[in-house]
Write a new protein. Structure first.
Length: 159
């Protein structure tokens, strides 16, 4: 059971990493391609659903799976416990960054800022785009430590 939880955690985290990377490489570049028209287009596109709808489902699932993996592997070995603790910390850090940094900027770009305030939109988009790579890095580090824990678990000599 515990390996299934760890594999599920790795799978969900890998998916989040790829979607977050896609957002940086495709969506964010589109948002900043032609101010203010590109933001207006994104606002129209996001009227029904937006990327946050995806992340509001899968980020908590990722965190719960990370926590469950830590709990289930707690007595396996101190190094595996440390790796999974780091993993959970990285996932929670990415989520904290989302709430404290990204949500306010999403609101500016996609709801509150006037489309005529091009300087504010450009600055907010630039900040968002740069910091999303930090969030991606946090997810990547968490994923790497999950793989290290998995490797340690399947390599008895390394425990």
């Amino acid at each position: 059971m515990k390996t299934i939880i760890l594999f599920a955690s790795i799978t969900v985290a890998g998916g989040l990493l790829l979607v977050n990377t896609y957002t940086s490489l495709v969506d964010a570049r589109s948002w900043g391609s032609n101010f203010p028209n590109s933001i207006a287009t994104a606002r129209d596109y996001f009227k029904t659903v937006n990327p946050g709808d995806f992340f509001r489902i899968f980020s908590p699932v990722n965190q719960v799976l990370g926590l469950l993996a830590l709990i289930f592997f707690w007595k396996t070995s101190p190094s595996i416990r440390l790796y999974l603790g780091i993993t959970l910390f990285m996932y929670l850090s990415a989520e904290a960054l989302t709430f404290m940094y990204f949500y306010p900027r999403n609101a500016i770009m996609f709801k509150t800022a006037q489309l005529t305030d091009i300087d504010l939109l450009r600055k907010t988009w630039s900040e968002w785009s740069s910091m999303n790579w930090i969030r991606t890095f946090l997810l990547l580090v968490g994923l790497i430590f999950s793989f290290l824990a998995l490797h340690k678990f399947y390599s008895p000599a390394l425990k």
